[in-house]
Design a protein around this ligand. Structure first.
Ligand code: ADP
Ligand code: MG
Ligand code: ZN
Length: 622
């Protein structure tokens, strides 16, 4: 059968897009398949086309009502039954001639009668493709009727909703895992744009006992420019960004309804046409905003994640994240709405610590179980790694989805590489702590081991006896957090979300560990995070005066100063002033970075004396 000719005759497209034909052939051969294709790749055709040419009936499950409406209207507008008679006959497609209605829909926004009629037409074979919401399908009444029919296939669109591993789990989707038992003859093709490895396996397991052939099509969207900026003076930056893009359409995503309203007001005052869109606004208002956005150019949507599912506007030229998305999957899906026409589109994410804390709190305060929260936290970690990457952003993004790529030469970091510092030795310390603990632990525990912190967990596993224990104690915990994220985003470490976020070394990470490759990290973001943390710590501690119990520490510090002064044959105050030593005794810095924040400690003195003074402080604390 020449599929291409039939495609032209029925859907009017002159060729398949990459990946489509492979999926279609598998379905026509009755093979279960799970297709993970990026948004806009053309997943719908992969099941619509076989649904049209297979002799029997098909069911399509979708969670999106708007999408069901669009697709049934679209399919019926094709007027396939009017296709040339001889054409259909020579291709064994004569059944299409007598077809009354190609596609129907059953969901909660249709009237009761309408749903009844559609069901009857489908049962009688007058409707060939039925779009239905999962909760309507999984009722006893409908399932019993369907069991009497020869149904060719049940298509699961937006299949990630079935998995608790993925972003966007829906309980009503979980029921769909019964389909394989109820309809053992039917093919179960599934489609999604966002599923990491763990989620893919989980979907296949639930739907077909892992019998689905998993086909992943590149996540790379070469026309999307990726950039991240610190969320600092960001409204000014936003205006600059938008001024360069006047007259173009775009979306600004924010965390809360309130924030979308504030952004919208701000931009309207600055002469932009912007509408706020979130679940708190009436359905009518949202529809109106969406209609304007879809049909007019130069409009900006300031929206929560409620906006964008299933919209197909080809010329969205930019997506800005005013605050941190929930996960890498969400981020990918949201930026994926830009540039569907293949022309250049820009993405910009403002990354700030406050949003990070809000996100963490949102996860912690949810009703879900502990395991789920842990996983969501790991997802967020992966996103942070992307934000803090000093390497190509595209590389960081794609490596999360298990794809390897070269530097894109078209992202902020590729175009203006941040200043990088060699960190091969600390990287080896970190990787070695991972190796010595059997690659079974998450970031927090590895950092405890590297920093030499004797937590209960460390002691119970006897990790304080490891040779790597405390090897990185001269750096602070926050240094290690940022450093480790850079190791992750540069593809040297993988987070195993299935196994509680255990850190695994990759091939290139192994090269660093065994000295075959050097590692460079971005210094800037490290110091900015550390410095910020220290400022508050300092502000709090500065208020305190030297306590009596710190007197012995001060005299030990003075002893060291005297000893050093004698060695160097300089007056004591040249080493450090009294005030500096007092501050040290109050603040008790734990790392070189922290010591640097003490008044009177500069980079040079830090290098000369930092370690010696740190040692005195640490000994005192023991
Ligand atoms: P998604 O993968 O996000 O579900 P869709 O199925 O909605 O993507 O397809 C996106 C767009 O691509 C639609 O407008 C669709 O008509 C178009 N499209 C799909 N396949 C082809 C093709 N082979 N040739 C031309 N356009 C296509
Ligand atoms: Mg789709
Ligand atoms: Zn790049």
């Amino acid at each position: 059968m020449d599929l291409k000719i039939i495609l032209k005759e029925t859907f009017g497209f002159s060729d398949f897009r990459s990946g489509q034909e492979e999926i279609i052939k598998l379905i026509l051969n009755k093979k279960h398949v799970l297709a993970v294709f990026p948004t806009g790749a053309g997943k719908s055709l992969c099941y619509q086309f076989p649904a049209v040419i297979l002799p029997g009936r098909s069911v399509v499950v979708s969670p999106l009502i708007a999408l069901m409406n669009d697709q049934t209207a679209y399919l019926n507008s094709l007027k396939i039954s009017a296709t040339d008679k001889t054409f259909l006959k020579t291709r064994n497609l004569s059944h299409l001639r007598s077809l009354k209605i190609l596609a129907g829909k059953i969901h909660s926004h249709c009237r009761f009668r309408q749903n009844q009629d559609t069901l009857q037409s489908f049962l009688k074979g007058k409707v060939k493709i039925l779009y239905i919401s999962p909760e309507k399908l999984m009722t006893e009444k409908i399932l019993n009727e369907f069991k009497k029919l020869p149904i060719e296939m049940f298509v699961i669109d937006e299949a990630h909703c079935i998995s608790k591993w993925g972003a966007g789990f829906r309980p009503e989707y979980e029921q769909l895992s019964q389909l394989k038992h109820l309809f053992p003859q039917a093919v179960l093709p599934a489609f999604t744009a966002t599923a990491d490895k763990a989620t893919r396996w989980d979907i296949a397991k639930k739907l077909t006992h892992s019998k689905s052939k998993i086909i992943v099509k590149g996540f790379n969207r070469p026309n999307l420019f990726l950039s991240v900026e610190p969320k600092h003076n960001w409204k000014k930056r936003l205006l600059e960004f938008l001024n360069e893009r006047r007259g173009l359409s775009g979306i600004i995503y924010a965390l809360s309804r309130k924030e979308t309203e504030r952004i919208s007001e701000f931009l309207n005052n600055k002469g932009f046409s912007c509408k706020a869109y979130h679940a708190g606004r009436s359905a009518q208002d949202r529809q109106k905003s969406q209609d304007i956005f879809m049909t007019e150019d130069g409009m900006i949507m300031s929206a929560t994640t409620a906006f964008g599912m299933g919209i197909d506007k080809p010329n969205i030229r930019f997506v800005v994240h005013a605050s941190l998305p929930a996960s890498m999957e969400d981020f990918y899906q949201e930026i994926g709405r830009a540039g569907r026409d293949g022309e250049q589109a820009d993405t910009l994410l403002f990354y700030g610590l406050k949003d990070l804390i809000t996100r963490r709190k949102m996860i912690q305060s949810g009703e879900e179980d502990k395991e789920y929260k842990l996983r969501e936290n790991k997802r967020l970690d992966a996103l942070l790694a992307y934000c803090e990457s000093s390497d190509c952003r595209k590389k960081a993004l794609l490596s999360y989805f298990g794809e390897v790529c070269d530097n894109c030469r078209f992202c902020d970091n590729c175009l203006s590489p941040p200043k990088r510092v060699e960190g091969t030795v600390p990287a080896q310390k970190f990787l070695s702590a991972m190796a010595r603990t059997g690659y079974r632990f998450g970031m927090g525990h590895i950092i405890d081991v590297v920093c030499g912190i004797e937590t209960d967990k460390v002691k119970s596993r006897r990790h304080h006896k490891l040779p790597t224990f405390g090897k990185g104690a001269s750096h602070s915990k926050s240094f290690w957090e940022v450093f480790a994220r850079q190791l992750i985003s540069s593809g040297n470490i993988n987070i195993d979300i299935e196994h509680f976020g255990a850190l695994k070394v990759t091939e290139s990470g192994g090269d660093i560990l065994y000295g075959r490759k050097k590692f460079f990290y971005k210094e800037l973001s490290l110091s900015s995070v550390v410095q910020k943390e220290l400022k508050t710590k300092k502000a709090n501690l500065r208020k305190e005066e030297l306590k009596a119990e710190d007197q012995p520490l001060l005299s030990n510090l003075k002893k060291l100063r005297l000893q050093l002064a004698r060695e160097k044959e300089v007056p004591a105050y040249i080493i450090f002033s009294d005030r500096t030593l007092i501050e040290m005794a109050i603040l008790k810095p734990q790392s070189l970075e922290e010591t640097l924040s003490i008044n009177g400690v500069g980079k040079q003195k830090l290098e000369l004396y930092g370690d010696a003074f740190l040692k005195v402080i640490k000994n005192h604390q023991k």
